[in-house]
Design a protein around this ligand. Structure first.
Ligand code: G4P
Length: 525
């Protein structure tokens, strides 16, 4: 087999996706069930145990140990039904950061997990928006169907109202909560029964359609009548399944189930793997790059510092975009023009790190980083390829930073420069007061910043929270700073661009209305 045929075959097999959810929706539980189907973990509960006992693993970053969280959210890989599946873990609540957003750029599709009782929650909205902007397909799993929750039509309405996306249910619940009887699979024309006292027995029955008497026998008149009227309404008024719209991220297929009971998970996985895209062409400065070309290329989307403090090592996470990766291969580090040897690449399975010998587009590898990588760096074989996959994100939390010991000014500046370059935080300077202001999307970024300033630069910094909530880059041929003093605080970024910081949406809207010719950009121009 030629190299390009081999790469094509491997690309066809791959599905690389992220699960986006608000904390507690059941992401850990779902991930674990998916891994179990792939035979990737032997014991149920091991992912969960990992979540609870993270501090037991001795070599993670100190900050993680203190909080029992994982900043090192990584990648889980398993084989299932002829596919090679890569799940990118996006960290939850407290460890939410720009890294979370960046990780989404490495995914080819997303699974949006929603708690049936809570509906669309805050963190889901943010993550959804990033996926939406990238135009990747989004699949919805409504979880905890064994509990009382919102009705399926209400949830569809919520997706449309809150997220602006239309949906097409792939299956439909028969009853709910304590009365949950099963789901009707609209695509396959079968019912999956949810049975037994412990609600874990699952039986699949082929039926003619939703009018099949088998359903009435099993679910009784009340639930069957409800099901029939719901499905008739869906057939008439619902969106038909449209593959092109799904692929464009304009229509989300919905699956109902219960992760903890392993109900509906396998059906979901089977359908998802069928419908989700394989790794496609990625955009570079010189145009799209076909993943099946012979030459290897990829980009760093995340750098994890101090995974092992004893060695002060860092891991750069690289998404492979084209060609075949081989251990020990030499590639060009495009930004600095140097050729480097990739000798100790790692792959991730739950928390065990394995050395990887070969990898293909869609795979994520961890590269040992002695300090040569920055977020966004491209590596390539053959001609230089520079990927443009990583946008910056508009900060939402701000703090003024000051140094405790003025004698350490030099290290302080060096630390700020390097950590902003690495993408740990964004920095702004106020013209009038000489203040240094940091902006982040998640509180954790401040903690990582503080910790790393101390650990790596020997500088103690103090952070003073500020009440701003929005940053907008001001673009105008002729900026009159005085115009922005009323509703906002005007600062500059590292490249001397003007940025207005607002305390609330009202102030921001007013400023926009008063300056109709000015552009207010969410990210740096
Ligand atoms: P997360 O990673 O998204 O934060 O959520 P996680 O999987 O940890 O799940 C959060 C809670 O929701 C867990 O309960 C979990 O067992 C429960 N859960 C997940 N899927 C389902 C489901 O389909 N139905 C029901 N009823 N519950 C579900 P917990 O009480 O926090 O933990 P545990 O005591 O169950 O381990």
């Amino acid at each position: 087999m030629s190299l390009s045929e081999e790469i094509k075959q491997e690309v066809d097999k791959r599905r690389t996706f992220a699960i986006i959810a608000h904390p507690d929706a059941g992401k850990t539980t779902l991930t674990e069930k998916l891994l179990l189907f792939g035979g990737a973990i032997r014991l149920a509960g091991s992912v969960k145990a990992r979540k609870a006992n993270r501090h037991a693993t001795s070599d993670w970053m100190e900050i993680e140990k203190q909080r029992g969280i994982s900043v090192t959210s990584s990648v889980m890989q398993f084989d299932y039904a002829g596919h090679r599946v890569n799940i990118l873990d996006t960290p939850g609540h407290q460890d939410f950061s720009e890294d979370t957003y960046r990780t989404l750029t490495a995914a080819d599709s997303a699974v949006m997990l929603i708690d049936v009782a809570k509906g669309v929650e805050a963190q889901t909205i943010k993550l959804f928006q990033v996926c939406r902007q990238r135009g990747i397909p989004i699949f919805t799993f409504i979880n905890k169907l064994d509990r009382e929750g919102k009705g399926p039509f209400d949830l569809m309405e919520e997706l449309e109202q809150v997220l602006g996306i239309r949906s097409v249910p792939m299956n439909w619940p028969i009853g709910s909560g304590r009365e949950l009887c099963g789901v009707y699979d609209r695509m396959k024309g079968q019912v999956e029964l949810f049975q037994g006292k412990d609600h874990t027995t699952i039986e699949v029955k082929k039926v003619e359609d939703y009018n099949d008497p088998i359903i009435r026998e099993m679910a009784g008149d009340y639930l069957t009548d409800q099901l029939i009227s719901d499905l008739e309404l869906l057939d008439v008024a619902g969106d038909p399944f449209d593959y092109e719209k799904v692929r464009a991220g304009e229509l989300t297929p919905i699956f109902f189930g219960s992760a903890v009971n392993n109900f509906g998970v396998q059906t979901f996985l089977d359908n998802f793997l069928q419908l989700a895209p394989k790794p496609g062409a990625k955009v570079s400065e010189s145009g799209p790059v076909d993943p099946t070309t012979d030459k290897f290329s990829g980009y760093v989307f995340k750098i994890q510092a101090n995974m092992n403090p004893a060695h002060r090592d860092r891991i750069a996470f690289l998404r492979i975009c084209s060609g075949r990766f081989e251990r020990g291969m030499s590639v060009k580090h495009v930004r600095n023009g140097k050729t480097i040897k990739l000798s100790q690449p790692q792959q991730f399975l739950a928390q065990d790190r394995d050395i990887v010998d070969v990898a293909y587009p869609g795979d994520i590898i961890g590269l040992f980083d002695p300090g040569i990588f920055r977020i966004g760096d491209s590596l390539s074989q053959g001609k230089d390829i520079v990927y443009n996959e990583l946008p910056t994100f508009s900060p939402e939390i701000f703090a003024k930073v000051s140094i405790k010991n003025a004698l350490k000014q030099k290290q302080y500046q060096k630390g700020i420069d390097q950590l902003t370059e690495e993408g740990t935080i964004q920095v702004f300077y106020s013209a009038s007061f000489n203040d240094t202001i940091l902006g982040v999307v998640g509180q954790l970024q401040f903690e990582v910043f503080q910790y790393r300033m101390q650990a790596e630069y020997g500088v103690d910094v103090q952070l003073h929270p500020m009440t701003f909530q929005f940053a907008r880059w001001i673009v105008d041929d002729n900026i009159d700073p005085s115009k922005f003093r009323i509703n906002s605080t005007l600062v500059k970024d590292k490249k001397d661009n003007y940025v207005a910081l607002f305390e609330n949406e009202y102030a921001m809207r007013t400023a926009m209305e008063k300056n109709p010719t000015t552009k207010f950009l969410e990210v740096a121009p």
